[in-house]
Design a protein around this ligand. Structure first.
Ligand code: NAP
Length: 321
């Protein structure tokens, strides 16, 4: 039998949630993949954990063009992401993404780029939602690949990320009901029937492995990554049912919601609010026909909200209001 040729996969953001899932999933197949992770800090505990699992570590910074090329050189597959929240500046994120694509388009060994993105909210809403800056910056990078780097676009699979289930663990006051006088109240600016795309971000690696294994099938395609479309009212009701607690859904106005975002500057708070309100006005935009839905890919099993709640003891994260 011919020996399997290992592919070198470079993973950006591997010390974070999306890239961390990708790195760990691919590291489980050492006969197929040599996993190279990029980080700004090769001695962080998260980077060292990946080294212990067999990853090759390279120091690189998206803000430092010079550091990226040697770190990416020789990779056949690249999982690329940018982190808006690091700078909270869409201009910075767009510029990081475009510089990265300039480099990727000149890498002769690159066979497949998997690009973590978000939709073009302005276009989808016919201009009504023009302040979702952390979507626009990523969508602008996708447009740059498609329009200015056709050779790179031929090798690209774009993945549109959804609301992470894990947000309720990292920011429970924003993503879970709050306990007030023995009732669990979920306050949110969307109607009880308005659904959002949701996924366990820990499943990112499963999708990326699936896409890689399918070779060119999903190149030049956009995949929307979600296991379930759920309203926040349904998610809260599931928590109520699983833990047998009284849960109430309370629709608040977008202005009331925005006023709770006190950790963000006004521009980012508007951005954050509009990324929700677009679903109220335009429906479940991740279901649009131009997208391939990850939850319809044959053989790909993604975690449900119910499975996530029970496996993470979500009740223990709920705070008193
Ligand atoms: N939370 C959600 O529901 C959601 C939904 C859709 C999309 N998103 C998008 O997801 C992105 C964040 O991804 P995540 O959740 O995986 O983030 P995360 O867990 O906070 O991790 C951020 C990662 O980005 C890397 N990074 C940040 N700045 C970098 C730089 N200048 N150079 C190189 N690496 C850099 C960090 O690496 P080092 O620190 O090791 O260098 C880290 O691995 C954001 O752009 C956000 O808009 C989030």
């Amino acid at each position: 039998m011919a020996p399997t040729i290992r592919m070198t996969v470079a993973v950006l953001g591997a010390t974070g949630q999306q890239g961390g899932s990708v790195a760990r999933e691919l590291l489980a197949y050492p006969e197929r993949y040599l996993v190279r992770v990029l980080t700004r800090n090769a001695t962080s505990s998260k980077a060292l954990d990946l080294t212990n699992l067999g990853a090759e570590i390279r120091t690189a910074d998206l803000n430092d063009h010079q550091s990226l090329r040697p770190a990416l050189d020789g990779a056949q597959i690249i999982f690329a992401m940018t982190d808006f929240w690091q700078s909270m500046s869409a201009d910075v994120e767009e510029s990081q993404g475009k510089s990265l694509m300039d480099i990727l388009s000149s890498l002769p060994q690159l066979e497949h780029l998997i690009w973590a993105s978000l939709p073009d909210g302005r276009k989808i809403s016919d201009g009504k939602y023009s302040n979702i800056f952390h979507w626009q910056s990523k969508a602008a990078v996708t447009g740059y690949i498609r329009d200015s780097k056709p050779g790179l676009w031929e090798k690209t699979t774009e993945i549109l990320f959804p609301n992470y289930f894990e947000n309720c663990l990292t920011a429970p006051s924003r993503y879970l009901p709050v306990k007030i006088n023995d009732v669990y109240i979920r306050s949110f600016p969307l109607s009880p029937g308005t659904t959002l795309p949701n996924v366990a971000i820990e499943d990112t690696g499963k999708l990326v492995d699936y896409v890689i294994r399918h070779g060119s099938t999903y190149q030049t395609k956009t995949i929307t990554f979600f296991s379930e479309e759920l309203s926040e009212a349904e998610k809260a009701a599931t928590i109520g049912r699983i833990y047998d607690i009284p849960v109430k859904y309370k629709k608040i106005t977008s202005e009331e919601f925005q006023a709770t975002l006190t950790d963000m500057d006004p521009t980012t708070a508007l951005d954050f609010t509009e990324q929700l309100m677009i679903f109220e006005d335009c429906g479940m935009i991740y279901n649009r026909p131009e997208f391939i839905q990850a939850n319809k890919l044959p053989g790909l099993k993604l975690k449900s909200w119910e499975e996530f709640v029970t496996s993470n003891d979500v009740l223990s994260y709920i705070i008193d209001g």
